[in-house]
Ligand binder design. Structure first.
Ligand SMILES: [Zn+2]
Ligand SMILES: [Zn+2]
Length: 205
């Protein structure tokens, strides 16, 4: 009985010559198209992290939440979101406005004028919204807090591009909440106001 010679699907016999030719062809292809960092195929493919790396990131709690040990100015309060756990001394453009011999932005006279003087906040609110002052004091004070955050951001940073929000330091937020409190909230230890992030409130007028 004839020994059947192995062959490819196109009928070529798989002998030593075939294997040699195949190896040479593969080497030639690899030398012409090597794997490299400069490979431009799919340059923007996202690199998936291993799931253990993902989990590790999710499990690490923000060490700033639940305390104000990160405060350097002595006036920051415990905040509810990571974005708000920032001290005036940590934001360079804010730090520039801290008066000499003072530790906190809330000692700048302009801060009082721009952010917590009620008559000026009223005027800023009218200019920004062209809306009447609300009669409900909760709504009124909430609008003034928003106005104050917007004034703070404009004072410190000037024009920010559309959608660009920069954190407002906790000490400034605390001073604004103290100036325009929510009358229904009780203030025990830290100022408890059910506001969302101040830097976002600033642009929701
Ligand atoms: Zn601080
Ligand atoms: Zn401060």
């Amino acid at each position: 009985m004839d020994q059947a010679v192995p062959s490819t699907s196109t009928g070529l016999p798989i002998d030593e010559n075939y294997i040699l030719r195949r190896q040479n062809l593969l080497q030639e292809l690899q030398s012409n198209y090597p794997d490299s960092d400069e490979d431009t195929c799919f340059p923007d493919n996202p690199q998936r992290k291993s799931s253990s790396e993902d989990n590790a990131q999710q499990l690490i709690p923000d060490p700033r939440l639940g305390n104000n040990r990160w405060c350097k100015c002595g006036h920051c309060l415990v905040m509810y979101t990571s974005e708000e756990c920032v001290c005036c001394q940590e934001i360079p453009s804010v730090a520039l406005e801290i008066p000499e011999d003072c530790a906190c932005i809330t000692y700048n006279q302009l801060f009082h004028t721009m952010c917590i003087d009620q008559r000026i906040a009223d005027i800023h609110y009218l200019m920004l919204t062209n809306q009447p002052i609300a009669e409900d004091i909760r709504v009124y004070h909430r609008n003034l807090r928003r106005t104050a955050y917007r004034s703070f951001t404009s004072w410190i940073h000037g024009f920010l591009g559309i959608g660009v929000h920069i954190a407002i330091p906790s000490c400034a937020v605390a001073a604004v909440r103290e100036a325009f409190p929510d009358p229904k909230e009780k203030y025990v230890g830290f100022i408890k106001v059910r506001d969302y992030c101040a830097m976002d409130m600033a642009f929701d007028l």
